[in-house]
Design a protein around this ligand. Sequence first.
Ligand SMILES: [Zn+2]
Length: 166
Amino acid sequence: MMPSASTNGPFDRLETRKEYMRGYLQQYRHSNRLRLQLYGRKWRQQNRDRYLAIKRRSYIRRRDIALAYARKRRLELQKRVFSMLGGCCVACGDADFYHLKLDHIRGKRLCARLERRSATSGTGLYIWLINHPEFTLREAQLLCHNCNQMKSLFPAQFYRHFPQVK
Ligand SMILES: [Zn+2]
């Protein structure tokens, strides 16, 4: 006897089929990641105006979500960089995350030049610092806002007060 057309087992139910397809696509994307990346890059290059229009539209629609996500990501990266650097002010020992600030030991401009990059703050900087721990430990330290202000406004007094700080 021929099986009737409607016996596709569990795939009869739309939800099951959707779930299956979702899993399948996820798997496909995972195992073809590089190929899809290259394809996407090529498409974006060839359809630059269309790509930018789509990007702009979706950004406008999802602006709040995108900004919240970016903020959360930046905060997580910042926490990672701060814990790399000991997690407390190197001068007074204040360990409150919200009191702390990344101090470029030899100045922001020089660090940017050493890093050969123009961005000196934000997500991009944190990612770079995480990927270059040797540079980070050599050129950056944590100071609380108080100590940071003191270092920049009254350096002589600061170094007399905290001779161990660079
Ligand atoms: Zn301090």
